[in-house]
Ligand binder design. Sequence first.
Ligand SMILES: *Cc1c(COP(=O)(O)O)cnc(C)c1O
Length: 423
Amino acid sequence: MNIHQSTRTYAQQQDQTDPLRTFREQFLIPEKDGQPQLYFCGNSLGLQPKSAREAIEREMNVWQNHGVEGWFEGDQPWLYYHKYCKETLAEIVGAKPSEVCPMNNLTVNLHLMLTSFYQPKGDRTRILTVAGDFPSDQYALETHVRSRGLDPSEVILAVKPQEGEYTLQTEAILNAIRENERSLALVMMSGLHYYTGQVFNMKAIAAEAQKWGIRVGFDLAHAAGNAPLHLHDWGVDFAVWCSYKYLNSGPGGVSGSFVHEKNHDANLPRLAGWWGYDEDRRFEMTPGFVPMPGADGWQLSTPTILALAVHRASLAIFAEAGMRNLRNKSVKLTGYLEFLLKGINGEFDNPITIMTPTEPEARGCQLSLLVRKDGKKLFDDLTQNQIIGDWREPNCIRLAPTPLYNTFEEVWQVGEVIREFYQ
Ligand SMILES: *Cc1c(COP(=O)(O)O)cnc(C)c1O
C-alpha cells in the first residue's frame, strides 16, 4: 500500500496542504544550539502555547490590582474559572459541559472517583483492569482496595495480552467481563495504554460492562486531546485525565474529571470539600455538605487559578483547531511515520517491531517501537540529531507526532535518521 513517499519533497508538500499547518506557530518549540528540536514527546509533556505566559500574566495582574476581590470582580472572576474550560473540555472528551470539570490532579481524581464508583457488595467486589497499566493507576487501585479492607490480589483482575502479543484483543477484555460478571463491581482501565499506544475499544467495553450492571471508568491521560472520545454516548460512568500531556497545559497542570449525567443525582458516596459545595451558598459556610450539580460537585479545594489560566489558554487552541480536524491530521501524520518505519524494516531485515496496532481506531498518535538490537544507541542517535522521543528500558522508544505542532517534514527527518543508523 504505497499511499506515501519517503522523500523530503513529498513531506513538504503534505505540510503545505495541511489545513492545520499554522497552529505550530502558536507554540514555543524548544531549541538547542539555536536550532528547533524535533519534539516527539507530547505524550509526556506537551509544548508550551505562546498564549500561556500572557494568560498567567493576566491573573497576576488581577491579583496585584484587586487582591481578594479577584474572586468576584472583573469580567472573568476566579470563582467561576473552572467553567471557562468546560465547553472545550466537553468537546474533547465527548461529554456535556455539566459532566466535566477541571480539578485537582489525575491520581487524586482517580481516588475520588473510586470512592464514589467502587462499591464492593456481597460477591461483587472485583475490579477488572489491564495488565501493565501506568504505575500510578496500579498503586491507586491497590491501595484503594486495601483501604476498603479487601485484598488486592483477590480483588484486582488484570487482563493480559495473549502469549506472543503486545496488545489486547477487545474480545479478550469482553470475555473477561462476561466470565466474571457476577464478581465484578467495576471496570477501571486506561483508555489508551501508555506503553503500547493501544486505544482500547471503550465503546464496546462500556457496553459490555453496562449489560451486566457493572460500572466502568477510564483513565484518559494519553487519550484526552489525542483519540476520539464519546464518553456520554458510550455511557461511561466516570473518567479522569491529566492536562500536561496532549492538552499542553504545563507540567503538573490541573487535571480533569468526567461524571456521566446518569450519576449526577445518584447520591453517591464521596470525599467532599468546600469547592464542591453548592456555589450559591458556599460562603454561608453552613454545616452539611450540599454538592454542586454535576461533575463540579467533586471539586475539593480552592483551584490553582494560575494552572487553570494556562489550561484555558491551551484549550482555546483546541477549540480553534477542532478535535475532528486534529484527528484527521493525526491519523495521516502517524500513518506517515509508520510507512517510513515499514520501509526501513523492509530495507534492513526488520530491526524495529511496532507494538502499537496498525488500525487507526486502535491507536492515537504515538507509536511504540521495540528495537531488536542497540535500542539505546538508536535512541541516543535520535537525541544527538535533536529528535526528542522517550526511552523505556530495556528496548522501547516511544514517538508521538502530535498534530498541533509536528510536521510531516519532521516525521520524514526521523525516518532519515533511523535509516542512516542502520545503513
Ligand atoms: C501520565 C499518567 C499518570 C500520571 O498521574 P499524575 O497523577 O498526573 O501524576 C497516571 N496515569 C496514566 C495512565 C498516565 O498516563
